[in-house]
Write a protein that binds this ligand. Sequence first.
Ligand code: NAD
Length: 354
Amino acid sequence: MTAPLLGVGLLGAGPVTQAIHLPTLAALGDSFRVVHIMDVVGGVAAQVAEALGARWSTSVEELLADPAVEVVAICSPPEFHADQIIAACRAGKKAVLCEKPFVLTAEEAELVAAVSHETGVPILVGAMHSYDPVWLAAREAWNESGGRVHTIRSSIALPPNARFEDLATEMVGRLPRPEQSEHEVRQVQDAELLRGAVLGLAIHDLPLVRSFVVDGDELRVCSASFEPSYGYLIVLRIGGLAVELHAAITENWAPDWVLEVIADDIALTLTFPPSYVQAGSAFAELSAPGRTEVLGPWDRSGYLEEWRRLAEVARGARPAQPIEALADDLLFALAVADGAAEFLRPVPAAVVAV
Ligand SMILES: NC(=O)c1ccc[n+]([C@@H]2O[C@H](COP(=O)([O-])OP(=O)(O)OC[C@H]3O[C@@H](n4cnc5c(N)ncnc54)[C@H](O)[C@@H]3O)[C@@H](O)[C@H]2O)c1
């Protein structure tokens, strides 16, 4: 017997909903049906919902009061995530999938974890690389090898998101991105921009990086820069591990997203498809002296897998990852983001050597 379809309500109907989640849900029609779309811009909610034959609204309360909404996907800007997760938990929904970063501070993470425990509503974070089946298989193979990692490089070179959004869907209601001259970008808030870029982009790979960090090792930012128009170059030292994080969002035509993990006797190279692209999983090369094992690419993308997991969790067929692990991933990302931003801030006069 097939399980009944789970009714999905989406909070926020912008690019991530239109270009990522709706195409993913269209491929999972045996598990989900979209029943309600909410956006603060009524015209966007209406247009997106109409194409699906779903209801629409402009208020979180209205969507959560809809009994057909059994699982909630939170796709609004990050500053609204904590309140919306808490409201969805208190509304007694079966499960919540929240886009990354799922909250913005350690205090919010603690509060959300407490509410998830109190209400029993499981929370998943839309960090699709963490669900990528080739990443998971490669990580297991690495465990078996017992290699002690000393170097990690995350390198992301992508065209701007809008190029993928337009290829994925006929976007409605995209908010205009503010124009900033290079001079302004440098002058105004490099530190804040860098922090935002870590929490917006590096955050996809940081849970993967954290899985190789030895508990208790201290994180130190050795160097950090914001790269206009959007990107970063950050070097970290975490105990015996050196981590280089590099991203450049430019007009380059060829997307490139690679994570390299290196130990003396084994090395892993993971190549991910860019965000938005429903092109299956990453592929991995695991090299040791005398052998190279290739994994993938497989047809299941991280996006498909995160929604499949949500279905299993909502139906009680599988437990969700403990919320504490998601909170630890966030704390790690915040440590990188805050440490990198701090690195850029001018040294206070009192501490400047004379
Ligand atoms: N996993 C991925 O690959 C991926 C890719 C892009 C964005 N994201 C994440 O998805 C989220 C949304 O990103 P986006 O690119 O769609 O952003 P966006 O800010 O361009 O669009 C968000 C939408 O939310 C609406 N909105 C604003 N305030 C709201 C509120 N209080 N409640 C409900 N809706 C509200 C806006 O009108 C807009 O339509 C962010 O957290 C972002 O980090 C994830």
